[in-house]
Every structure is written in structure tokens, then in C-alpha cells.
Write a protein that binds this ligand. Structure first.
Ligand SMILES: C[S@@+](CC[C@H](N)C(=O)[O-])C[C@H]1O[C@@H](n2cnc3c(N)ncnc32)[C@H](O)[C@@H]1O
Length: 379
């Protein structure tokens, strides 16, 4: 694929792009928003590719159905980086989210996570510049998006700031779309959504990133928004909410104090099953994990809650019927994960699409099937 027409046709034919967004995808050129240097995933990490060095490859990637990393945290000049901090999402994901947003002509939309500005340009093309506001936390990215948008002839409002604050000056919005993964839905975004308006947001936990949820704001004065998980959707985390995964090991300390025990629960039943991992993540808030591989198929699962300084480890041995566990409080994280797994099994092993979320002034509540059936635990 070499241009927007081909990319749009591909996405449409493959069922990712709805009719109402087709013309917009044909007209908005992704190449206008992708920086000259992008980062391509390789076995060694993300490798820099500049437009000047290989224009044909750069353009092919821009018009392929691929997420493009456009900023990394650890750019040390070596041309290899490990931690992406901004990207232009996979076009099929962009198209799917825009369809899920159910935006219509005349709607006012707030996007949190401007990134390259490509999604804001799509929104502005279809809904008109004055109906679109987009917020980016990183000032350099916000400036670059402003330049790209202007060059492409679009002029939505680009705000440099934390998406958690929303943008009260432009409220109320008929639609709010977040393009990074949230642990907690900021209440300001609910407050800035018009009664009956909708919020579409990637939502994840430390054990599962993530799902896409669509919340509908209640009637005037209600002050809450509620709605179901629609399906899967993995995004980079909110810059303000997510300590990087490497912090899991930073939270491990005081090994002498740890409480030793054994568990008969195979950790693969929890973390190897997307629905179980999702449910456990909901019920064990603040818990993150990482895995350290040893020899001969042995590995250690590490759980940590940096907030309380709690951690747990489980040593997996192939073929074993039970496993050594170490836990350091105040939270007994493996016990919490095991209890969450038991709850999920007893509830009939519900898929993650049976869960939903209500966000109000008193916080965020997760439910199963209906808002009056809360999940024990709390994320
Ligand atoms: C996957 S990219 C978004 C892609 C973008 N919509 C586009 O069309 O290119 C996620 C972006 O969200 C931004 N971000 C992360 N946390 C944020 C926050 N709390 N407020 C605003 N922007 C945030 C990141 O800096 C990054 O640029």
C-alpha cells in the first residue's frame, strides 16, 4: 500500500473501517503526521528508521496496517531503544475505535492522547475543526502535532496538558476518546461529558492490558458514566498512572521477612488465561507482575504493589503439583490473586466482555453483567 486510498480500501474491505469513516480515511494522509524518524520493532528492541535513509520503506510502513513507534524514552543515540512513549496506533485500531465512538456530524469530541495528531485530523476532517479538542501531555509532541495539523490544513484545538484534567473550556463534549490505557478513569472526563454522551477508553490493570470500555454519561445531574467492556485493546499506559513494568522488581526487598508457603494453584491458569488474568487484575488492584526465566523450563512469577511495598514470588517447576511461594506484606498478593481466581471460577469463568465499569464522584466500580452486581475487589 502506498497511499491513503489504498490503506482506506484495505481497511474497509477487511471490515475494520465503517462506511461513515471511509471518505475521511481516503483524504487524511498518515504520512503528514508520522515523524521523519520512526522506531521499528526488532529482536534487539526498537531500531530507528529515518525517512531520508530509506524513503520507500518508511512510506510502506506508514501505509501498512502497523503501529509506528514515534517516540522512545531511552534514545541514547545508539539507534536501538526499548521503551516506546508515543506511537501512531495500528490503523485498524484507529478505525475500530472511531467506529466504536459512534461520533456523528455536529458532535463535539475530546481526544486525550494527541500523539502524532493523526487521529485528531481524522476527527476534525469528519466533524469539523471547531468540534475537536485534543490533549497531549508531552509538550514536544503537542507542538509537533500542531505543526503537522496546520501543514495538513486542519485546526482542531491542541492542548498541552494532562488528559486527566480534560479541557473544561470546551466542555461539554458529546464524545470523549482516550488513546492511552487507563487504570482509573479520571472523573473530570465524566464531568465534561454531556448527558447521554459517551466515553471510549482503553482500560487495563497491572495483570491485563487491556480492554476497550464504552461508558455512557447519565442524565443531567446524575454525575456518573457507566458501560460495558467491548473487547480487547492494548495501548501504552497513561503517563501519569503507570509506573513502568521494571518497577516490579524495584519493589522487591526485605527477603528475610517474607512468609514462605506453598500453593497448588498453577499460575498459568491465572496469567495464561486472558479472562482469568483480567478478573484477577480487577480484584487485586495495584498489583503488577513480571516473570524471570531460569533453566530447564523453570521460572519465577513476581508480583508487586509498589504503593504498599508488598511483593510475592512463586517458583514454577515444570510437572510440579504445587509451588513455593514467598510473600511480603502488608498485602499477601499471591493469596489475593488466588482468591480472585476462585471468585472468577465460582462465577462461571465469565469472559471479560461481561464486565463493565461505573465511574462517579465516589470513584470507579467494576461490575459483572449489570451495575448492581459489583465485583469483589475494586479496581
Ligand atoms: C498511542 S499514543 C496516541 C496516538 C494518537 N492518538 C495518534 O493519533 O497519533 C498515546 C499518547 O498519549 C499520550 N499520553 C499518555 N498519557 C497522557 C496523559 N495523561 N495526558 C495526555 N496525553 C497522554 C502519550 O504521550 C502519547 O503521545
Amino acid at each position: 500500500m502506498s497511499g491513503p486510498e489504498q490503506l482506506a480500501a484495505y481497511l474497509h474491505d477487511a471490515g475494520h473501517l465503517s462506511d461513515d469513516w471511509l471518505e475521511t480515511f481516503r483524504k487524511v494522509r498518515r504520512e503528514d503526521f508520522i515523524p521523519h524518524r520512526i522506531w521499528v520493532r526488532t529482536e534487539a528492541g526498537y531500531q530507528a528508521l529515518t525517512r531520508g535513509a530509506d524513503h520507500a520503506r518508511w512510506l510502506r510502513l506508514v501505509y501498512s496496517d502497523t503501529a509506528l513507534v514515534t517516540q522512545v524514552e531511552d534514545d541514547d543515540g545508539s539507534n536501538i531503544a526499548l521503551v516506546p512513549t508515543s506511537s501512531s496506533s495500528m490503523p485498524r485500531v484507529v478505525a475500530g475505535m472511531l467506529r466504536g465512538l459512534r461520533a456523528e456530524e455536529g458532535h463535539r469530541v475530546l481526544e486525550a492522547g494527541t500523539g502524532t495528531g493523526f487521529n485528531a485530523a481524522l476527527l476534525a476532517h469528519r466533524l469539523a475543526d471547531h468540534n475537536v479538542t485534543t490533549i497531549e501531555a508531552d509538550p514536544e509532541l503537542a507542538d509537533a502535532a500542531r505543526v503537522s495539523l496546520t501543514r495538513a490544513g486542519r485546526a482542531p484545538t491542541v492542548v498541552t496538558g494532562d488528559g486527566a484534567e480534560g479541557w473544561a473550556e470546551g466542555a461539554p463534549y458529546d464524545r470523549v476518546i482516550v488513546t492511552y490505557a487507563l487504570h482509573h478513569v479520571p472523573y473530570r472526563l465524566v464531568q465534561q461529558t454531556a448527558p447521554g454522551g459517551q466515553l471510549l477508553l482503553p482500560w487495563g490493570t497491572g495483570l491485563y492490558n487491556g480492554v476497550l470500555a464504552r461508558l455512557t454519561a447519565g442524565p443531567a445531574g446524575d454525575g456518573t458514566a457507566s458501560g460495558p467492556v467491548l473487547g480487547d485493546c492494548a495501548f501504552m499506559w497513561d503517563r501519569g498512572q503507570a509506573p513502568p513494568q521494571r518497577d516490579v522488581m524495584a519493589a522487591v526487598s526485605h527477603r528475610d521477612d517474607a512468609v514462605a508457603g506453598r500453593t497448588a494453584l498453577d499460575p498459568r491458569l491465572v496469567l495464561g488465561d486472558d479472562d482469568a488474568a483480567f478478573a484477577a487484575g480487577v480484584a487485586v488492584p495495584g498489583c503488577r507482575y513480571t516473570v524471570g526465566h531460569g533453566a530447564a523450563g523453570e521460572w519465577t512469577l513476581w508480583l508487586a504493589d509498589a504503593g504498599s511495598g508488598s511483593w510475592a514470588s512463586l517458583d514454577f517447576l515444570p510437572g510440579a503439583g504445587s509451588f513455593d511461594v514467598q510473600q511480603h506484606g502488608p498485602r499477601m498478593l499471591w493469596d489475593e490473586v488466588a482468591a480472585a481466581y476462585t471468585w472468577w471460577r465460582e462465577a462461571g469463568s465469565p469472559p471479560r466482555t461481561r464486565f463493565g465499569l461505573t465511574v462517579g464522584p465516589d470513584g470507579q466500580h467494576v461490575w459483572l453483567d449489570t451495575p448492581d452486581n459489583p465485583v469483589p475487589g475494586r479496581e
